[in-house]
Design a protein around this ligand. Sequence first.
Ligand code: ZN
Length: 64
Amino acid sequence: MEQKYCQSCGMLLSEELYGTELSKAKNHEYCIYCYEKGEFKQPDITMEKMIKACVPFMVEKGMT
Ligand SMILES: [Zn+2]
């Protein structure tokens, strides 16, 4: 069986966890927490989290 992961948060997807389109079709690229009824719930959350997590380290190392 092929395993799929959410393209946004990286969660392992299963039949109940697939995102949904407005048409109630399943979206097999994203999980229900990131993508529901044809819309992203938390746009840029991954990027934002990554930036927040990385910036203090970069500052610590003297990077601007
Ligand atoms: Zn997700």
